[in-house]
Design a protein around this ligand. Structure first.
Ligand code: PEP
Ligand code: MN
Length: 343
């Protein structure tokens, strides 16, 4: 942390800042500049020290700017773990050197619908099936998902086809139930800061697919991942799925692809991208899916439905079977060009 004092800061104000730093048990380093003084803290600051110091500095006069030189997250940071996180779930790899496709319908609607989608995913080379059983819908009158019945269908189809499965869990209480039926727990964008859910998911020992909240900064996103890691979860996948848009008349969200290389610079965790929720429009999904691969994402989550027009949720962004098959073929060529394995 570096505290830059105002031009006209008095010696008493400088001393007060140095005193606050000492009070939390750290040593201030006074850096006299040409026209103003800066005060550095060379040692690592523990979270409780940072919190006390932030509130003390907030009430002091004469401060121009406070810059953080270290990041607020630790377990999620690349400094903490210099090797990229890589793991396998039922033989399917997640992490560097491979590009892993997660695909399936937004909601699980019936056995036939899910099995047809699973067949499509598998025929195109996909190994991970998605489908929501508990749906976070904006309106309480919209389809809420088949709930436990949907989880059972997911397990049935996943087992029969030998696919890895992923489904969303919306509350901490439901973690044990959802964990019983599926391989990966998805934490949705709206739940990214549901802290008891993050804790419960971390304690479950299951892999966690964490979606970025629509209004979440990079620090908030990585701190949400930190909650899971801090509880012992080690298999965490980050997923960009679009942030609040400036203009909703063309896309549902703003797909923040630039965050992919950013997250890969600051974190060791695998980074995925979801162009379905990122754009909300099926025809924009293939170009953005390809862009995500080239931007360095470790995989994608895309929605595909046997008949999008009949989908009970997110039909307008679901790829048709033909669109999905064509996308997989294009991704295969791109994966080869950038030297990753499409899984
Ligand atoms: C979903 O994956 O269907 C979903 C609801 O995603 P998000 O949490 O990104 O909105
Ligand atoms: Mn959806």
């Amino acid at each position: 942390m570096i505290i830059v004092m105002q031009l006209e800061a008095t010696q008493a104000q400088i001393d007060a800042v140095a005193g606050a730093i000492r009070e939390v048990g750290l040593d201030p380093l006074i850096l006299p500049g040409e026209d103003r003084v800066a005060i550095g803290i060379p040692a690592a600051i523990k979270p409780d020290q940072r919190e006390r110091l932030d509130s003390m500095l907030g009430s002091l006069e004469g401060i121009n700017k406070i810059s953080q030189t270290s990041r607020p997250y630790k377990l999620a940071s690349i400094e903490f773990k210099r090797q990229r996180t890589q793991f396998e779930i039922k033989g399917v790899g997640f992490g560097p050197d491979q590009f892993t496709m997660i695909a399936g319908p937004c909601s699980i609607e019936s056995y036939d619908q899910l099995d047809e989608a699973a067949h499509l995913v598998q025929s195109a080379g996909g190994k991970v099936l998605r489908g929501g059983a508990f749906k976070p819908r904006t309106s309480p009158y919209a389809f809420q998902g088949l709930q436990e019945e949907g989880l059972k269908l997911m397990k049935q189809v996943g087992d029969a086809r030998g696919l890895v499965t992923i489904t969303e869990v919306m509350s901490g209480d439901l973690v044990p139930m959802v964990a019983e039926y599926t391989d990966i727990l998805q934490i949705g964008a709206r739940s990214m800061q549901n802290f008891p859910l993050l804790v419960a998911a971390g304690r479950s020992g299951k892999p966690v697919f964490l979606k970025r909240g629509p209004g979440a900064t990079v620090d908030e996103f990585l701190l949400a991942a930190e909650y899971v890691l801090n509880q012992g979860g080690s298999q965490v996948i980050l997923c960009e799925r679009g942030i609040l848009p400036l203009d909703r008349s063309y896309t549902r969200n703003t797909f923040d692809l630039a965050v992919v290389p950013v997250l890969k610079e600051y974190s060791h965790l695998p980074v995925f991208a979801d162009p379905s929720h990122g754009t909300g429009v099926a025809k924009y999904v293939p170009p953005m899916a390809k862009a995500a691969l080239v931007a360095g994402a470790d995989g994608l989550m895309v929605e595909v439905h046997p008949n999008p027009r009949e989908a009970l949720s997110d039909g307008s962004q679901a790829l048709t079977p033909d669109q999905f098959t064509a996308l997989m073929a294009d991704l295969g060529k791109l994966a080869q060009a950038v030297g990753v394995k499409l899984a």
